[in-house]
Write a protein that binds this ligand. Structure first.
Ligand code: CP
Length: 308
């Protein structure tokens, strides 16, 4: 593949290769000297139209640790504020000969559209409610390292499924790798036809969490709700917020995950999120750097004259 636009279209062996490669970068990231020169001479531009803490920082670190020159383009101070279109911005950056563009955009499909107008590799860092492939890969690496496998596990993805690119990418990846996937949400936060993806659908947390190996919580994406359905936060926490009480339904060693950013007291109780034995939330962040290094490595291999 020239680009990474989504999990859709990736074969299980390709996912496994990325996870194996990322695994190899985890130890490097824990060393004092973290620098490799695999991407020496290459230029990576991070173009984020939506805010980000984890994804942008980890893509920057990943590129730098592999030796690339990394530029973070500030959209707020760019000429897009003067009316330049997405396509003109893409063609302008393309003329500067970057080797990788990492793009986050609020509209589903915008990153794929941009990819058609540039020569370099494009990585989707999240497009609207469509896909966030590196998030699903880092979640998979976290699960594999903590549980030793993905196949056969029961993963409950809970919360705002409707607006979540993380849910969509995770569903595609986890099913491809042989996990059983459940979605747990009020009907108002479930996309129409979600069962056709091959997931089991629950509207009750207790039943949805029963015997789950992994409990993955999602934030309410208020910014995408546009006044249609905005739940009362205290009522939402009462029915869908992860507490120790609700967690009792899951397996005793169930792993708690959250892609971040997290809203404590809304979709998850702070004490559960901070449980050092059961919460993998900060592991997910750590795996994010390694996974992004693996993706950068694979997408630039042809530039180093290695076999693809
Ligand atoms: N999980 C995630 O994508 O976080 P950011 O929005 O902070 O990048």
């Amino acid at each position: 593949h020239k680009h990474l636009l989504g999990i859709e279209g990736l074969q299980p062996f390709e996912i496994r290769d990325l996870l194996d490669r990322a695994d190899g970068f985890v130890d490097l990231n824990r060393r004092a000297d973290k620098k490799l020169q695999l991407l020496k001479g290459l230029t990576q531009i991070n173009l984020f139209f939506e805010s980000s803490t984890r994804t942008q920082t980890s893509f920057e670190l990943a590129g730098k640790r592999l030796g690339a020159d990394v530029v973070n383009m500030s959209v707020a101070s760019s000429s897009m504020k003067k009316g330049e279109t997405l396509i003109d911005t893409a063609m302008t950056l393309n003329a500067m000969h970057p080797d990788v563009l990492v793009v986050r955009h609020q509209d589903s499909g915008a990153v794929a559209l941009l990819a058609r107008h540039v020569r370099c590799a494009v990585i989707n860092a999240g497009d609207g409610a469509h896909e966030h492939p590196t998030q699903a890969l880092l979640d998979a690496l976290t699960i594999r390292r903590r549980k030793g496998r993905i196949e056969g596990l029961t993963v409950a993805i809970c919360g705002d499924i409707l607006h979540s690119r993380v849910a969509r990418s995770n569903i595609l990846l986890l099913l491809a790798m042989g996990a059983r996937v459940r979605v747990v949400a009020p009907t108002t936060l479930l996309p129409a036809g979600i069962a056709s993806f091959g997931v089991d659908v629950f509207t009750d947390m207790q039943r949805g969490l029963e015997d789950a190996d992994i409990v993955m919580m999602l934030r309410l994406q208020m910014e995408r709700m546009q006044g249609s359905f905005v739940p009362s936060l205290s009522e939402y926490f009462h029915f869908y917020g992860l507490t120790y009480d609700k967690l009792r339904a899951a397996k005793p060693d169930a792993l708690i995950m959250h892609p971040g950013p997290m809203n404590r007291g809304v979709e998850i109780d702070g004490v559960v999120a901070d449980d050092i034995d059961r919460s993998a939330i900060l592991d997910q962040v750590e795996m994010g750097v390694a996974v992004r290094m693996a993706v950068l490595d694979v997408l630039t291999r042809h530039l180093r004259g290695e076999a693809a």
